[in-house]
Design a protein around this ligand. Structure first.
Ligand code: DC
Length: 226
């Protein structure tokens, strides 16, 4: 029997909008010295560029064509498209809603696959999104499914937006989160779901440090089974 070359380990962190995935995944990556993939940023970039070019965001062929021709670069939490920085633009609610639409297109998901696989570099990767454990890295060493109630997620998003001086009512944010949950969970291709081999962590009311510690503990346990 021949063993293939050792592929770098992956920790896949999936979950709904504003469940804290980004914060937790980035902190875990930092603690382990691993690379970090924010896959939502890729869908946000595609949604943002499609909107900017006034392309129909439900047209699989047109949006896939844009996706295949994008040159994306990450530098820490800064994001560049074709050498232009779009970090702030892609974080807004408009790009988020556009992302949720283009994320339903099978051609776009396929087009982003090899880009995402490219992040799996030594010594390892922490990837966050909706389908990291189910589709993109099904062989991940550890799969986490992070949740929190819709109300808690709306509160977190509200706090984030207030810090940026960008106003949005709690009621509107809660509705937006519910709409996005519905779209992400009910699309035909790679819907948001908890894999049977994922560990669920409900982060409602949990401090970030505790969630990070729990993920690190689960990873160490996976690496050194007794
Ligand atoms: O995690 P986020 O809010 O930045 O994601 C933006 C949108 O992209 C969200 O509506 C779901 C979608 N998405 C996805 O379908 N698959 C991923 N792996 C990541 C995000």
């Amino acid at each position: 029997m021949t063993l293939g070359p050792k592929v770098p380990p992956v920790i896949a962190i999936d979950g709904p909008s504003a469940s804290g995935k980004g914060t937790i995944a980035a902190a875990v990556a930092q603690r382990l010295g691993f690379h970090y993939l924010d896959s939502g940023a890729l869908y946000r970039i595609v949604g943002f560029v499609g909107g900017e070019r006034r392309v129909n965001l439900d047209s699989d062929s047109e949006i896939t064509d844009i996706t295949l021709n994008l040159k994306v670069k990450f530098n820490g939490d800064r994001v560049f498209v074709d050498a232009r920085e779009v970090s702030d633009q892609i974080r807004g609610e408009v790009a988020g809603a556009a992302a949720s639409r283009v994320a339903a297109l099978p051609g776009v998901r396929r087009a982003l696959m090899s880009l995402q696989h490219g992040f799996r570099q030594p010594p390892g990767l922490v990837a966050d999104g909706r389908d990291m454990g189910s589709v993109v890295f099904p062989d991940a060493q550890l799969k986490i499914y992070l949740t929190a109630t819709a109300e808690e997620r709306a509160r977190r998003r509200h706090k984030q937006l207030m810090e940026k001086d960008s106003g949005a009512s709690m009621a509107a944010l809660l509705q937006d989160i519910r709409d996005r949950d519905f779209r992400d969970s009910n699309r035909a291709t790679a819907p948001l779901l908890k894999c049977t081999d994922a560990t669920e962590i409900d982060t409602t009311g949990m401090p970030v440090a505790d969630v990070v510690a729990q993920v690190l503990y689960l990873y160490q346990k996976q690496q050194n089974p007794q």
